[in-house]
Ligand binder design. Structure first.
Ligand SMILES: [Zn+2]
Ligand SMILES: [Zn+2]
Length: 264
């Protein structure tokens, strides 16, 4: 792989204590030509709610932007750097996101909670009920329809802890893939999920789930590999990236390396 648009930073509170520059150096060392930073979006919560182990506070956002822009300039002869965010679809805060989008190069849609995370909503890595799966796909599709997002991160994330690929997973997968095809939105094959699954850290059928990707291929979707890097070493071309490319090529799905307008 030569491009990765899914990279976090220390600001989200669950990455290591690395500098942004450490990710740039590791990406170059790993042979990447394009590095996109997409840290977990802050949200301008209406109340006092904070999520210190998930996302930066909204006050930190300008510093994040400035830091990545500085690296973009410093390394421009060596690697193409983009600055973005990984965002849920939280309808209350979409006006803020639309406004903030103007300062960024791109956004990716990563659905981790339902329509908010302020009121004890379920974290989709823990989903076990059919209703959770239905909601996950419905909200992800609603997010895609905003047309704010360059791609859908880990579209099959809800299967992490879910016990089987039942009718809810199948119907949801078809609906999401059809919408991706209709809107021309690539779907991310998530390397972090792949590694966690290989390490037995997902309790359900896990993601990336082959059945989902077979549906994506059948519908004619385009795949893109995302490192979902929380540590610089995840940006080196890894054994998992190699295995993933092999799987996707064998499946015969179209695999995109670079996002349109975000090439080298
Ligand atoms: Zn995510
Ligand atoms: Zn992520």
């Amino acid at each position: 792989m030569i491009a990765n648009y899914h990279t976090h930073t220390f600001r989200c509170g669950h990455s290591g204590d690395y500098r942004d520059e450490d990710f740039v150096l590791a990406a170059m060392e790993g042979g990447l030509k394009i590095l996109g930073f997409s840290d977990h979006t802050p949200w301008p919560y209406a109340g006092d709610f904070r999520h210190p182990s998930v996302r930066m506070d909204v006050e930190v956002f300008p510093e994040y932007l400035a830091s990545v822009r500085k690296l973009q300039e410093r390394y421009k002869e060596k690697i193409k750097i983009y600055v973005g965010l990984e965002c849920e679809y939280f309808p209350d805060y979409m006006p803020w996101l639309e406004h903030s989008r103007e300062q960024l190069d791109y956004l990716i849609l990563g659905n981790h909670w339902g329509l908010s995370d302020e009121h004890g909503e379920l974290y989709y890595s823990k989903a076990t009920q059919p209703k959770d799966v239905d909601d996950y796909f419905r909200y992800t599709i609603e997010g895609m329809q905003t047309k704010l997002f360059a791609y859908v991160a880990h579209p099959d994330h809800v299967m992490s802890n879910y016990p089987k690929f039942d009718r809810h997973c199948i119907d949801g997968s078809y609906a999401l893939c059809r919408k991706a095809k209709e809107l021309g939105i690539p779907l991310e094959y998530n390397l972090l999920g792949f590694e966690k699954k290989e390490q037995g850290k997902q309790k359900g059928i896990g993601f990336p789930y082959p059945g989902f990707w077979e549906i994506a291929k059948e519908i004619g979707c385009v795949a893109i590999i995302g490192c979902d890097a929380h540590h610089p070493y995840q940006l080196r071309n890894s054994e998992s990236a190699y295995k993933t490319e092999k799987f996707l090529n064998k499946l015969g799905i179209e695999l995109m390396d670079m996002l349109p307008n975000m090439e080298m």
